[in-house]
Design a protein around this ligand. Sequence first.
Ligand SMILES: Cc1cc2nc3c(=O)[nH]c(=O)nc-3n(C[C@H](O)[C@H](O)[C@H](O)COP(=O)(O)OP(=O)(O)OC[C@H]3O[C@@H](n4cnc5c(N)ncnc54)[C@H](O)[C@@H]3O)c2cc1C
Length: 422
Amino acid sequence: MKHTPFWVEEHPRPENITSDLPGEADVLIVGSGLTGLTAALRLARGGKSVVVVDSGEIASGASSVNGGMVSPDIKAGIKVIFEQFGQELGREMWQATVRSVDIVSDLAATESIDAKIMRGGMAALGIGPDAQARFEQSVSWYREQVGVDWEVLGPGRVGEVIGHGPFTTAIFEPEGFGIQPARFVFGLASSAAAAGARLVSHCEATSFEKDGPGFLVLTTEGPVRVGEIVLATNGYTTDRPSAELARRIVPVGSYIVVTEPIADRATAIFPGGAMTYTKKRLLNYMRRTPDGRILIGGRRNLHTGLDLGESAAALRGQLIGYFPQLEDVPLTHVWGGKLAVPFDLVPHMGQVDGAWYALGYAGHGVGLSTLMGHELAGMLLGEEPPSVFTKVPHPTRFYYRGNPWFLTPASILYRTLDRLNR
Ligand SMILES: Cc1cc2nc3c(=O)[nH]c(=O)nc-3n(C[C@H](O)[C@H](O)[C@H](O)COP(=O)(O)OP(=O)(O)OC[C@H]3O[C@@H](n4cnc5c(N)ncnc54)[C@H](O)[C@@H]3O)c2cc1C
């Protein structure tokens, strides 16, 4: 089994998109995933000189290796925003999450990116009558408050989204879809480079300080004088260049395996091509790939950097647990990446020490990172009002200095609650 992302093997990173580090720029973006690249694309087209630095290869964070599942809403559930901040802000944020779905397919179309979009909807999967009752209650809230046309599929219809396995109920969201994430983000990298953004790989931003009206940013490749800084580091955020930002998110690992292509058998399990996930704390997400593999993702526990062989064995156990008929099917690839989980499970845009940032998508970031990078660039260009994601306070905890010592107890607690179905 290869310990590399299948998506990047299927569609390798484009060549000739990187540049050397310039000495100055209007905007320096730290992080070359979807957040950083959509911001860079809009800023460059808006006439700004832009440099994007990444400590690894271009788009080698979560954006090229994720499950490729796109759907509205935030990890916390938009109901939380209604309850804490009122209907008006709740509706505004909901509308932003709807735009975050559209912007992915719109950008793929306008930038001529063949992202292998699979329009089969998104389905949350559950087991038993309790899950169905919970799903009905949740969906009726969403229908009333934000007007979705989601359906709860009971035992008679769940086979429309998941053809086998123990699942007896599903929430079906027809607007959800899947992409090949490496194709999408590498396409955006090519567009940003073609628009004039300078993409600098293997260049870590280590610190920054105020310098006249702008900033002096120190990187491992040298200093850069810039007008504005955008931190787009999500799950790869460390205390370099901002210890304050590192206190506001918890990096969490997520791991994926794919089987070899099993065309008809994969279609029998995902007949309509839906993106699916189990509604649990330590959840699994599962889909069919465009070339007829089955992809399953999740985690044994919340830590980043887990052993890939052990993660593959655990994911295989979960896959066979759901679909015993796949016992004979070999896995071909395993890989992992990092999510950014904020304490309130709400994405945030804001400023630390004068630098802008957008992050905290908590595993729900394909659409939201694309939207928030684009919106942040629009704000810097004076073309957009403040994003709704600037309007919710971004909490940290007094005991958190960027070292998530609590992940082991949290993993045990979540596993127990999942087992008890709570
Ligand atoms: C395994 C996995 C599966 C996922 N599945 C889904 C899914 O199906 N649907 C969904 O909506 N979301 C999913 N997500 C989440 C989604 O991929 C992310 O929310 C999104 O890609 C974040 O994009 P980003 O640009 O903000 O960050 P990233 O793409 O993670 O990029 C951050 C970049 O910052 C760079 N960096 C960090 N610090 C520095 C520094 N000091 N200097 C220079 N560079 C730096 C890193 O090298 C990295 O390249 C998944 C994530 C993972 C890991």
